[in-house]
Design a protein around this ligand. Structure first.
Ligand SMILES: [Cu+2]
Length: 179
């Protein structure tokens, strides 16, 4: 049916096939939404209202801008032994992906640079994060390129609020609930 004009029956068949495949596409997309880790296990999320410090940090605009890539939910990765967060996620690379996660105590979190959005870092400084971060850490000076990584192990229950120094004003913020 490449060159010849469709008969009416052909046209209906084509439409049916198109309809079926787009429905599959939408289902597949929904399965991935909310799970920025891309492990395909579907969206398992916690309402951020359970952790007001997280929601406040991610949405306030007095320090930087409201977080990109954040829609009021925390991605539940408590069952994952290895957690990876993309550095340079979202449409323009000025976000962490997922930006808000929950992990179990003892989990090593790996931040993996995508190479998008220029130079980034990962910084939690209790004084800077509306005074609410239980953790303090830093990946050091901002760096670009996809071959950068930083990791930190979260042994104690608490909340880590962090940001990217160069892109705080663009809302490059992240949160980790540890329990
Ligand atoms: Cu950045």
């Amino acid at each position: 049916m490449t060159q010849s004009p469709f008969t009416e029956a052909d046209r209906r068949t084509v439409l049916k096939i198109l309809g079926a495949s787009s429905a599959v596409g939408i289902t597949g997309l929904a399965g991935c939404a909310g799970n920025g880790n891309g492990d395909g296990n579907g969206a398992d999320t916690i309402p951020a209202s359970d952790y007001p410090a997280v929601d406040e940090w991610m949405t306030e605009t007095d320090i930087g801008d409201a977080a990109n890539n954040y829609d009021g939910v925390i991605v539940n990765l408590r069952d994952e032994s290895d957690v990876t967060i993309d550095v340079g996620a979202g449409d323009d690379g000025f976000a962490y992906g997922p930006s808000a996660v929950a992990v179990s105590a003892g989990t090593e979190v790996l931040w993996d640079w995508t190479g998008e959005g220029g130079q980034h870092n990962v910084e939690a400084e209790p004084d800077d994060q509306i005074g609410e971060s239980d953790y303090e850490f830093s990946s050091g000076e901002p760096v670009g390129g996809a071959d950068n990584e930083y990791s930190s192990t979260f042994d104690e229950s608490g909340i880590a609020l962090y940001h990217c120094e160069p892109h705080l004003s663009l809302g490059m913020k992240g949160s980790i609930v540890v329990d």
